[in-house]
Design a binder for this molecule. Structure first.
Ligand code: F6R
Length: 240
């Protein structure tokens, strides 16, 4: 596992570059995207690179990690809305080839086919991850089985609290989500994780130094052959 420490601008640029190189090597690459605050600068860099003609997403398809149960794709806090607004609306990807888990309607049936859809598309070539303050990746909260595939889950109280900053009131934060499982994530060929800020320091310590345990979901990444962790000084502060 490689670790790269730098400020948010620098590590975001490096991650965007990893995506661009993956696409240059394989124009039909399957891209794994995350939502949340952590990847926003990476997406801004990818938009800029696309608009400057340095990369095209025309051949790519994508799969997102997770979605809140109960939110329509048109809801401003849904992850489909987030991806359209922060990436897909501004690049030349074919939106029909972008996949975000459903949070309403027959979402359970869609969820049950998700890993198969990823496999049929050829498997994820590069997956970006954020990390929760409790060590979750996607919405795999502490205690989730390392063998999990895409499933429905209950959000931890700390995750609901962390994410309430994006809602008017904490009571509006959905308590359930659908998420790729830990095994689904481990199936990606290459994984890049970004973490910034003091709030992530404990999780980064658990990821790099703690025991590999289902109590700290991110620790499973230590078993993956191609992971790079991109952190700023604050997220790395308990390691130094
Ligand atoms: C989002 C996701 C989550 C976030 C994590 C960190 O798709 O999978 O695991 O990456 O909750 O969120 P931010 O980046 O907002 O701190």
């Amino acid at each position: 596992m490689k670790v790269i420490v730098g400020n948010e601008e620098a590590i975001s640029r490096l991650i965007a570059e990893e995506f661009i190189q993956t696409i240059h090597a394989k124009p039909h690459a399957v891209l794994g995207f995350a939502t949340g605050t952590s990847p926003l600068k990476v997406y801004a860099d990818l938009i800029q690179a696309n608009q400057e003609g340095k990369v095209t997403f025309q051949g790519c398809s994508s799969f997102n990690l997770d979605e809140y149960v109960g939110l329509e794709g048109s809801h401003a806090q849904s992850y489909r809305y987030f991806m359209n607004k922060n990436l897909f609306d501004h690049i030349d990807i074919n939106k029909d080839k972008t996949h975000v888990l459903l949070g309403v309607g027959d979402y359970q049936s869609y969820m049950s086919h998700y890993d198969e859809m990823i496999e049929k598309a050829g498997g994820i070539d590069i997956q970006i991850l954020g990390i929760g303050s409790d060590g979750h990746i996607a919405f795999n909260e502490p205690g989730t089985s390392f063998d999990s595939l895409t499933h429905e889950t209950e959000l931890a109280p700390s995750t609901i609290k962390d994410n309430s900053r994006l809602f008017h009131d904490i009571s509006e934060v959905p308590t359930r989500a659908v998420t790729m499982g830990l095994k689904s994530i481990m199936n990606a060929r290459k994984i890049v994780l970004i973490a910034t800020g003091k709030n992530k320091a404990k999780a980064i310590y658990g990821l790099l130094k703690g025991p590999v345990s289902e109590a700290m979901p991110c620790s499973i990444l230590r078993n993956h052959p191609d992971v790079t962790i991109y952190v700023d000084e604050e997220a790395y502060s308990l390691i130094r």
